[in-house]
Design a protein around this ligand. Structure first.
Ligand SMILES: [Zn+2]
Length: 172
């Protein structure tokens, strides 16, 4: 089974559920006021997928706020496909390649490659403690590992793509 056949690469609701489980492992958190209790998912017929309302500050939000996906109208499952393709490639993926692989416009492909390359290939290590805690490399966000050259970090990132690529969820 191809990894790209996962529901979250194909279905928008599944994509939201997947990203939410990564960004909010303990349940939704309001990006405006950090409230995590008085929050309800909105399910109206005209409500956009993945919309929540915070009853502390009364503002709506989705999991995209504060991530590389913020303010993008591109479906989240297409973002996930892009992250996967970029993380799996053994080269820096040019916008033209994403354009062909995903069937998106040249402009969309440029935005995708710009935001994702910035997030994935940033010189600042974006290592989640849960991934590396066993190797003694647990880092705070923004810390650069001293014991691992950047090229090895990138190799490891590709090797465990589905885990590590989601470091791209960090704010840009
Ligand atoms: Zn709030």
């Amino acid at each position: 089974m191809s990894l790209l056949s996962h529901a979250f690469f194909r279905n928008e609701e599944a994509a939201y559920e997947f990203v939410e489980s990564r960004v909010w492992p303990r349940g939704p958190v309001c990006p405006h006021c950090r409230e995590h209790r008085n929050i309800r998912k909105l399910n109206g017929a005209s409500t956009r997928i993945g919309t929540y309302k915070c009853y502390a500050c009364l503002k709506p939000f989705t999991v995209k706020i504060g991530t590389v996906f913020e303010a993008s109208r591109l479906p989240l499952h297409v973002w996930l496909q892009s992250i996967y393709l970029i993380a799996q490639a053994d080269h820096v993926v040019p916008a033209r390649e994403l354009e062909r692989a995903l069937g998106v416009s040249p402009k969309t492909a440029k935005v995708l490659t710009y935001r994702l390359h910035k997030a994935i290939y940033s010189p600042v290590a974006r290592v989640r403690p849960s991934v590396r805690s066993g190797s003694g490399l647990a880092l705070r966000p923004g810390m650069t590992p001293r014991t691992e050259p950047r090229s090895e970090a990138l190799e490891r990132r590709r090797a465990t793509a589905l885990e590590d690529i989601f470091s791209a969820f960090h704010p840009v």
